[in-house]
Ligand binder design. Structure first.
Ligand SMILES: Nc1ncnc2c1ncn2[C@@H]1O[C@H](COP(=O)(O)OP(=O)(O)OP(=O)(O)O)[C@@H](O)[C@H]1O
Length: 236
């Protein structure tokens, strides 16, 4: 679903943020991404979102060579990816419903289909009864669940979360992780960037660790074991 093949990223000022990174995430896999501040986590997520482009290597997402996704195709490309942020990035002058509906409105869905999908997403995160409230009236954990509903309302194939439990206590973090597990079980590939070693240790998920732009460990050693890797690398 996501294949980094010898990816490097050097910013214009000469900063090497990622160095020769290779790994592959399968459909429905749930993976943590960790590393010190400045290790390259955000850069890696930005490459998947096509907010930044690699300086070298090949990045395949949902069977698409991202180098071939031109600027005008980026909005369509991004519909395959849901994004969850630490600070939720919700609009407090809109209702919960409106916040979750936003990606569908941008994508041009009709009101009836929008309503159906928004309510399905809110039901999934247990917030159907809060649709008319402002997010400001919700707890931190509930706000994060609104953010998750908004991220999945488009039925993305990939869910990327950047410090999704940063402000939450362990109990609420577990609720958020349960939701991610449910999405992975229906085939969504989930990548969670986090500094939270406590969170990582409570789960048995694959762990990618970055250090100064290098991938220093991959919890499953799946790069060597994965037969697809041979197929992809053969042609590059
Ligand atoms: N736009 C940019 N221009 C130049 N250098 C950048 C840019 N963005 C990030 N960097 C540099 O790239 C390296 C990796 O940064 P990145 O933000 O990816 O790390 P991170 O692991 O996400 O850190 P944090 O956990 O603090 O968010 C750092 O040295 C950073 O200073």
């Amino acid at each position: 679903m996501i294949h980094f093949h010898k990816i490097s990223k050097r910013y214009e000022n000469g900063n090497d943020a990622l160095l020769n990174i290779s790994f592959e995430l399968d459909q429905g896999e749930i993976t943590f991404l960790t590393g010190h501040s400045g290790a390259g986590k955000s850069t890696l997520l930005k490459l998947i979102m096509l907010i930044e482009r690699p300086s070298g290597g090949r990045l395949i997402v949902c069977d698409q060579d991202t180098a071939k996704v031109g600027r005008s195709a980026i909005p369509f490309y991004r519909r395959q990816i849901g994004m969850v942020f630490q600070n939720h990035q919700l609009l407090f002058d809109r209702t919960v419903y409106d916040n979750v509906a936003l990606p569908l409105i941008i994508a041009g869905y009709r009101p009836r289909e929008t309503g159906r999908r928004v309510r399905a997403a809110l039901d999934k995160v247990g917030l159907l009864d809060k649709e008319n409230l402002s997010p400001i009236a919700l707890s931190g954990g509930e706000q994060q669940r609104v953010g998750i509903a908004r991220a999945v309302v488009n039925k993305p194939r990939i869910l990327i979360a950047d410090e999704p439990t940063g402000n939450l206590d362990p109990e609420l973090s577990a609720e958020i992780m349960d939701l991610f597990d449910q999405f992975s079980q229906v085939g969504v590939t989930v990548l969670i960037a986090t500094h939270d070693l406590g969170l990582i240790s409570r789960y048995d998920h694959r762990l990618l660790s970055l250090d100064s732009g290098q991938l220093i460990s991959d919890g499953t050693d799946s790069i060597a074991a994965d037969p697809h890797h041979q197929i992809y690398t053969g042609g590059y």
